[in-house]
Design a protein around this ligand. Structure first.
Ligand SMILES: Nc1ncnc2c1ncn2[C@@H]1O[C@H](COP(=O)(O)OP(=O)(O)OP(=O)(O)O)[C@@H](O)[C@H]1O
Length: 328
């Protein structure tokens, strides 16, 4: 089972530029979470801070008792082995075949025999649907295949925490839909804790158990998906609706004068109003039951009293037998 990641009071700046401050959240063990946010709000910086590649100046990231910000580097390096990382561009070596790319972490970090490496690599290649392409070079395959190869490579060391940075970038809508299903199937198969950074609203609406959003140097919200999907906070509504009207401007936040001018034209009705919460993806037929979803149901039910009414209603609807909720 995946491992819980507890983020407490994290603040990160580069020189005088504060990226975000006092970010606290918990990625529940074995559940899938998504972090949304306009470009440049520090989502990638957040992923890199979780794994200890960047050092926030305040706060803690606790994984199995190790603080990825302040613990000794040896402990951080050891804990990093629990992670699988999938970067935006797949980050594959162009001169190596897919097989060798995917085998790379095993050859680098373990002393496994080549026969064992072959078995593991081919199993992961099968999981991401790339059987037959293992001999190709990254330049000979499509962007979607490169993403899946990046995901296979993230899986070879049996990660308990998987971080995906914009897994959809450069993919068409159909391939993005396949990728969404792959992420859910993967979670059902390995029960790892997953955090996905994306701008893609389809992934955001259908994949995660939990969602958060970074904006304007703050974590606007983080919690069960229904909370964000039904939120009437202007910045969340604007982002989910993909509108120009609202607090998010071209270079992140709008100035007060622009916002005031917009309000004269009363764009509020555009930004609020009830939204439907589309059902979350289920694992494909033949996949195991998603244990993270079972734990999540219990967890969310126990916190109902603290949630806004719209989120409570959406959660109860999603767990009603007619919505297929009896399975989860
Ligand atoms: N190593 C670094 N040194 C200095 N500034 C950095 C560094 N890494 C990131 N930044 C700055 O941090 C800010 C946030 O960058 P980040 O890549 O995390 O944003 P993002 O939300 O992932 O954006 P996008 O959605 O466009 O990928 C940017 O202003 C970026 O220039």
């Amino acid at each position: 089972m995946g491992i819980e990641v507890v983020v407490e009071g994290l603040t990160k700046s580069f020189g005088k530029q504060n990226i975000w401050q006092n970010v606290s959240l918990t990625l529940p063990a074995g559940e899938v979470s998504v972090m949304l946010g306009p470009s440049g709000t520090g989502k990638t910086v957040f992923l890199k801070s979780i794994i200890g590649l960047l050092k926030p100046e305040q706060g803690r990231v606790l994984i199995n008792g190790v603080d990825m910000v302040n613990s000794p580097e040896r402990e951080i390096m050891e804990t990093r082995k629990l992670f699988g990382l999938m970067f935006q561009d797949g980050a594959l070596f162009g001169s190596m075949s897919l097989f060798d790319n995917i085998a790379f972490p095993l050859r680098e970090h373990t002393r496994k025999k080549e026969s064992e490496i072959r078995r593991i690599v081919m199993e992961r290649i099968d999981i991401v649907g790339l059987l037959g392409a293992e001999g190709k070079l990254p330049g000979e395959i499509s962007g979607g295949m490169r993403k899946r190869a990046g995901l296979a490579r993230a899986l070879v060391l049996d990660p308990q925490i998987i971080l995906c940075d914009e897994p959809d970038s450069g993919l068409d809508p159909v391939r993005t839909a396949y990728l969404s299903q792959l992420l859910i199937d993967l979670n059902a198969q390995i029960d790892a804790t997953m955090l996905i950074v994306t701008h893609n609203l389809d992934i955001a609406a259908t994949v995660p158990d939990n969602m958060g959003m970074l904006f304007c140097r703050n974590l606007v919200t983080f919690g069960p998906r229904e909370v964000l999907l039904t939120s009437d906070t202007p910045v969340v509504s604007q982002f989910l609706a993909g509108r120009r009207e609202g607090p998010i401007g071209m270079s992140e936040e709008k100035d007060a004068a622009t916002l005031a001018a917009e309000q004269q034209f009363d764009t509020a009705p555009l930004l609020t109003g009830p939204r439907t919460v589309v059902p979350q993806l289920e694992p494909s037929p033949g996949m195991p039951v998603r244990q993270g979803a079972l734990r999540r149901r219990e967890r969310v039910m126990s916190m109902m009293g603290q949630l806004p009414e719209a989120a409570r209603t959406a959660i109860l609807n999603s767990y009603a037998p007619a919505a297929g909720g009896a399975r989860a």
